[in-house]
Ligand binder design. Sequence first.
Ligand SMILES: *Cc1c(COP(=O)(O)O)cnc(C)c1O
Length: 349
Amino acid sequence: MTASGLLTSGCSASNLIGLAVARNTMAGFDLRKEGMQNAPRKMTVYCSDEAHSSIQKAVELLGFGNDALRRISVDKAMQIDLAALESAIKKDREGGFHPVCIVGGAGTTNTAAVDDLNALADISAKERCWFHVDGACGAWAAIAPEYRHLVAGMERADSLAFDLHKWMYLQYPIGCILIRDADHHRQAFSLTPTYLAHGEGNWGLTGVDVPWLADYGFELSRGFHALKAWMTIKEQGTAKYGRLIQQNIDQARYLEGLVETAPELQLALPVSLNIVNFRYIRPGLNDDRLDHLNKQIELELQEEGIAVPSTVTLWGRKYLHVAISNHRSRKEDFDLLIREVIRVGKAQA
Ligand SMILES: *Cc1c(COP(=O)(O)O)cnc(C)c1O
């Protein structure tokens, strides 16, 4: 079996392509010809509560309907609850639905949580579901020499979506989708009208049919995404990128340590990859006031030009969100960040 891949304008497009191949392959009828209207059973897709909105958009665009996207609860590490997933699939089968795809996360947007990908691969195999992994940011842990194990199981995906403009330090826009079986990939997208007829080449390639990228996605005319990826990887080498990815993970752990030793700060959850979530706390303030205070800290840090954290909502509460994906970040930057968060927090009325 040969794998195939396509560079895209980002992980949203990659997820859409991956789920399109999943849907068409698993439908059990000629979906391209007959369409979703003729599905004998309603198809369902599974992801965690923490999955990215592009999964929902893909599910909507592909005609499943948002109701068919089963959002499974997460545990306190923000990983998909495997028992809840299995019972949702069981319940759907009993209810006459057709479970077709399980989406795992390798680095969620809020917390960089990585689902138990080996367990999801096992469940997908057992339930005869397609296994798609959204590794927008986190997939790159796979090239960090000491942290590959953090995304173990990802290599078992039927399709893997990820970005190069989030954690591979490349300029926007560039994402990628990999499909384990190139035949499935082509069967979902290949279409050759007469005005695009190929395989008739006269460029010294007579008899050789070069792959056409339009056969692997929904775009015909497209940007030359590959150039910057190829050039930078060729110039810098993957080993160097691996070291930088590793450095960012080490920095996240360093920042986690700083948060843990500051009595004014509270870590949201243990760091998994390159995202650190925490909040400033002040005894006597209730959760609503703390939400407001941390939002103020975020704005103040940005407006003073100190740092660019964002905020995320976890368990209904606001936390400062630091996603470390810059190859130029230094340890001192995180020392400064912590000092400034505390200074700004103390100054807020
Ligand atoms: C950012 C992100 C996406 C969407 O990627 P784009 O490149 O912005 O289209 C999908 N999934 C996850 C987990 C993300 O973090």
